[in-house]
Design a protein around this ligand. Structure first.
Ligand code: ZN
Length: 125
């Protein structure tokens, strides 16, 4: 018992591909792609995946473009969210390359002291 969805892409049925052609004789139609649910569900779970509702990313983006205002209205963000973290700076030895700067125009590897930023998660109860 397989379940299917019709692709939700608003322009899906207008794309000129052989897989969309239906009908007999000369008069045919381009039909919306029929998608088998779970077709790429490698985790074998019951999660919802966008590719169960859209045949490809182009149809997904067409849908988002057309319905973005409605989608945002479902869960509007009116203020920034924040995640508490600890930030540390760490010095380390790095190298840069100076092209053609050697005695015989060779590339020279020059060491320098670099700094990296480390962002650490903290428990936020
Ligand atoms: Zn589609």
């Amino acid at each position: 018992m397989s379940n299917y969805n019709w692709c939700h892409g608003p322009e899906c049925h207008t794309q000129h591909t052989q897989s969309r052609i239906r009908g007999s004789g000369r008069d045919k139609v381009l039909r919306t792609i029929k998608i088998k649910q779970g077709r790429y569900n490698y985790n074998n779970d019951n999660s919802l995946y966008w590719y169960d509702y859209f045949c490809n990313q182009s149809c997904l983006m067409d849908f988002i473009r057309e319905h973005l205002t409605s989608v945002i209205a479902i869960a509007p963000r009116r203020e920034a969210q924040e995640t508490p973290v600890k930030v540390e700076k760490e010095k380390y030895e790095n190298y840069r390359y100076e092209w053609n700067s050697g005695v015989n125009n060779e590339t020279v590897r020059v060491p320098y002291q670099a700094t990296r930023t480390i962002i650490k998660s903290v428990d936020n109860d």
